[in-house]
Design a protein around this ligand. Sequence first.
Ligand SMILES: CC(C)(COP(=O)(O)OP(=O)(O)OC[C@H]1O[C@@H](n2cnc3c(N)ncnc32)[C@H](O)[C@@H]1OP(=O)(O)O)[C@@H](O)C(=O)NCCC(=O)NCCS
Length: 192
Amino acid sequence: MKREPAITIRRVEPRDAEALKAIFDSPRSMAGTLQLPYPSVAMWAKRIADFPIEDVMLVAEVGDDLVGNLGLHVAAKSPRRRHAGAIGMSVRDDWQNRGVGTALLAAGIDLADNWIGFTRLELTVFTDNAPALALYRKFGFVIEGTARGYALRDGQLADVFMMARHVRADLRRDDGHRGATTARKPAPRVHR
Ligand SMILES: CC(C)(COP(=O)(O)OP(=O)(O)OC[C@H]1O[C@@H](n2cnc3c(N)ncnc32)[C@H](O)[C@@H]1OP(=O)(O)O)[C@@H](O)C(=O)NCCC(=O)NCCS
C-alpha cells in the first residue's frame, strides 16, 4: 500500500545544495532529467545562487529530509510567450512513487495558475517514463508531439514527448502516442 508521508513544500534555500546534489546522485532522477552524472555540491550552490528572480524552485521535505524539487521557469524571453511557463522536476529515487511528485506539481500549478498567470505550462518527458507520464496526465497535461532523438541517455538518443497543460479548454487536445501531427497551415495575415 502506498505510504502517505507528511510532505512540506517550500522555496529552495542556499543550504539545500547538498540535498539537491543527492537527488541527482540517484540514478533514475539523473537519467529521467537532462542532468549529467557526477553532480557536485558546488555546482548546485551556484545554480541556486544564480536562479533567475522570475523563476521559482520549490523543494519537498519529509521531516528534515529534502526529497524532491520542481523548477517553474518563464519558458522564453519573448513578450509574446509571457503566458508560457516551463516545468522540470525530480524526486530522489528512494522517495519516488510515494506522492512527493504529486505534492510538488500541485504547488507548482497553484503558483502558475493563481499567482503568476501562466496559461500554458510546458515540459518534455522521455516517452518511456511511465510514472512521469501518469503524474502529468493526472494534472491535465496532454501530449502535443514527439521530439525524436532529443537527448542522449546512457549511450542512446532517446525520444521525448512535448507535453503542455492549458488553461484554455479548446487547446487541450492530446495527440497521444501518434507523435507530432501535421498542422494545417494557417492563411497568412497581412498587416498594413
Ligand atoms: C516522475 C517523478 C517526478 C514523479 O514523482 P513521484 O513522487 O514518483 O510521483 P507520485 O508518487 O506523486 O505519482 C506517481 C504516479 O505515477 C504512477 N505510476 C508509478 N509507476 C507507474 C508506472 N510504471 N506506470 C504507470 N503509472 C505509474 C503512480 O501510481 C502515481 O499515480 P497516482 O498518484 O495516480 O497513483 C519521479 O518519479 C522522478 O523524479 N523520476 C525521475 C526523474 C524524472 O523522471 N523526472 C521527470 C522528468 S520529465
